[in-house]
Design a binder for this molecule. Structure first.
Ligand code: GLU
Ligand code: ZN
Length: 507
């Protein structure tokens, strides 16, 4: 039997990184096994925080970003379409009717007031709360219906509940956790169909998993405790439940469930910060899955497909280490083609106002040419100098900002750097010398620049460091940055001279 898996997100906003990990595991497992990966939208909970229509795009974007493209989903359709649960209401209603006619589910007419009173009493008595199965007795249910009909003057609303077996145990076969058994009598008579005709998660998931022939349910750890109810819905419907796979919980460094307290948890945040898809993919997979004994952490997506197996899933909670993710991202930035990284950095520079927007498609050729030369060629020259130090792409604005800013002394200069280096006795002769010598260079290369700087130290009879640092500060406004000669080369002769001159005029 070939593997069929599903990722079943609810549109609640940008997906939590844990949900994205679930999607990746499903995708990997399907790829590894030559199986089928479908994605369906579980949008039957219409409460405002569980139903955010734009969230649908966030789900789509996160999958596209990672390249974890489903074999079937609401974008493309597929054999079990529609993949949106709110479009399948009649299917769930039929299943509920069938269960009622077979005596495996029943209509519950309990009013909100009755349920509230019941809960309050249970609390007062200190017993676990849960539905008291009042309407499971058909006569009592009918009496309640008649009473409400008389009071309300119209057919009262009802929900459909599962008649949970009252004895025995439900065994959950979980590939990661092993077999877990649950006492049936402790399980609630779960609502399957709400009074508005919408199914609850349990009914909709069982019906859809069955319709799609799902073989493995790989999903977040938070669903483990309710899994026996889902199994019982399958059993009631006369279907074999799929195998379950609950990867471990993702926790913060303090061991508590990962949440906003620890840092960002929405996938879109990581996309916006400039984490590369392959880094996020790699990092998330290793969060709860181990590739084997070797001490290796960087795996390409094809390597992960090759190695993925459910046995590698770990049981203990996985710590989401933000620093490690950053480190990993830096590794991937440096593995990548510089051209790709440069292209990905441009939007950050635009957003920070460091470079102008690209000319419109119908702009004049000369406008486009100027943009290419002055903006793009310049970016192509300066960004690679900082790739070595970059951990997330959004850092590019900090790292290369000084190349693009209109530096004119002392605006934009780091005051500490100015105090430390611009007050030296030899600053004026140094700048004068450099401006003259740089100006005379016919070839502007890191080597010719270095010759001038070395000659300055010799001429002024000062230490090399006493030339290097002030020159860097004068040209960049700061004390840190890539190698000085490459920096000046990337800045270009014109900008370098302009900056040094502006300092010389004012020191
Ligand atoms: N709709 C559920 C969620 O949002 C999916 C649960 C499942 O995969 O069974 O996480
Ligand atoms: Zn009831």
């Amino acid at each position: 039997m070939s593997v069929r898996v599903r990722y079943a997100p609810s549109p609640t906003g940008s997906p939590h990184v844990g949900n994205v990990r679930t999607a990746i595991y499903n995708w990997l497992f399907a790829k590894k096994e030559g199986g089928h990966f479908l994605v369906r939208l579980e949008d039957t909970d219409r409460s405002p925080e569980r139903y955010v229509p734009e969230g649908i795009f966030d789900i789509e974007n996160s999958l596209r970003f990672l390249g974890a493209i489903p074999d079937a989903w609401w974008i493309t359709g597929g054999p079990d379409a529609p993949y949106v649960q709110s479009q399948r209401l009649p299917t769930y209603q039929e299943a509920a009717e069938r269960l009622i006619s077979e005596g495996k589910a029943y209509r519950c007419y309990c009013s909100k007031e009755r349920l509230d009173t019941m809960r309050a009493e249970q609390q007062a008595r200190g017993v676990p709360s849960g539905y008291d199965r009042h309407c499971r007795n058909t006569e009592r249910a009918e009496a309640l219906r008649q009473k409400r009909l008389a009071e309300e003057g119209k057919e009262p609303t009802s929900v459909v509940r599962l008649a949970m077996p009252l004895d025995g145990v439900t065994i959950l076969h979980d590939v990661v956790r092993g077999d877990i058994s649950y006492e049936n009598k402790l399980q609630d008579d779960q609502v399957l169909l709400k009074s508005d005709g919408f199914p609850t998660y349990f009914l909709a998931a069982a019906v859809d998993d069955h319709a799609s022939g799902i073989t493995h349910i790989i999903r977040g750890d938070d669903w483990l405790s309710s899994a026996p109810k889902l199994v019982q819905v399958f059993v009631a419907l006369g279907w074999e439940p799929p195998k379950f796979v609950h990867p471990p919980l993702i926790v913060g460094p303090d061991g508590k469930k990962l949440s906003k307290r620890h840092g960002a948890t929405q996938f879109s945040w990581f996309m916006e910060q400039g984490y590369l898809p392959e880094a996020l993919f790699n990092f998330l997979v290793l969060l709860g899955w181990s590739a084997g004994s070797e001490n290796r952490e960087l795996f390409s997506v094809p390597e992960l497909v090759e190695r993925f197996n459910l046995e590698g899933m770990t049981q203990h909670p996985a710590v989401f280490d933000y620093d490690k993710l950053k480190w990993m991202n830096g590794q991937y930035i440096r593995k990548s083609e510089p051209g790709r990284i440069i292209g990905m950095c441009l939007p950050y520079l635009r957003k920070a106002g460091l470079i102008p927007e690209a000319p419109a498609p119908d702009a004049k050729d000369e406008v486009k040419e100027t943009y290419r030369k002055e903006v793009l060629d310049y970016a192509r020259r300066v960004i690679p100098l900082e790739i070595e130090r970059m951990k997330v792409l959004s850092e590019v604005t900090e790292l290369v900002g000084f190349f693009f800013k209109d530096l004119s002394f002392p605006e934009g200069y780091d005051p500490k750097a100015v105090t430390k280096w611009m007050g030296m006795a030899h600053i004026k002769p140094l700048l004068t010398f450099e401006i003259e010598q740089f100006g005379a260079l016919t070839e502007w290369t890191p080597e010719t620049i270095e010759q001038v700087v070395r000659a300055a130290a010799e001429k002024l009879d000062v230490k090399f460091a006493e030339v290097i640092h002030p020159t860097r500060v004068a040209a960049t406004g700061q004390t840190v940055g890539p190698g000085l000669f490459e920096t000046l080369w990337a800045l270009g002769k014109e900008r370098t001279l302009k900056r040094l001159t502006s300092v010389l005029e004012k020191v």
